[in-house]
Write a protein that binds this ligand. Sequence first.
Ligand code: GTP
Length: 226
Amino acid sequence: MLKLSGEALAGTNGYGIDFEVALRISREIKELVDMGVEVGAVIGAGNIWRGRQGGGMDRTTADYMGMLATCINALALQNSLEDIGVETRVQSAIEMREICEPYIRRRAMRHLEKGRVVIFAAGSGNPYFSTDTAAALRAAEIEAEAILFAKKVDGVYDKDPNLYADAVKYNTLTYQQVLEQGLKAMDSPAMALCKDNNIPIIVFSLDEPGNIKRAIAGENIGTIIS
Ligand code: GTP
């Protein structure tokens, strides 16, 4: 299960969708598919909308707006994957049948078996739950062997490496360490789901080309949480 942040699609402008970047990510995903790896993807929405942007808005409404934004990103990723010949299916946790399939677990697994990349849109369909949690939930449901958690930073640090030059990166962590120390990896509901279901998480940076393949090959290119 590949978890991409919305920002990953934004490129350097920090907002919206950079199709060059989407294509680069798609090529990396294609390498996995060509290796015979079954790939599911969950994508965030931060390049379009963040719940907390809502300010005084009702949290539930703000979160639904975020879920819709993940659908926009999912369609963009589907488009760039199909441009390079990768078969994909988008499945949404919120039904919008004119646009994509509804999420049906057994059908998603069948698509994966057939070598199609399944992009899970609209998070888990629930407000108050992040796309990290959706990635953990779908990963558990489809019996994913690992979550590849692609971020802007190249792993989990003891403090924010953008703010502190002396921040130290962890090569490996346990779920418990992340939860107890409040480390900035996945949020805690996602981490708890991975812990309960023994799903390893590989946190790495997407900025380095070839990293998705390296992560799959077991190279320690970031932080492994298990
Ligand atoms: P197989 O049964 O394995 O061949 O899978 P399939 O996805 O190709 O079969 P299906 O006939 O279900 O779908 C054909 C096309 O219609 C695919 O591109 C699906 O993504 C799309 N599709 C299927 N169900 C829906 C839906 O509810 N809404 C939308 N918008 N598209 C759908």
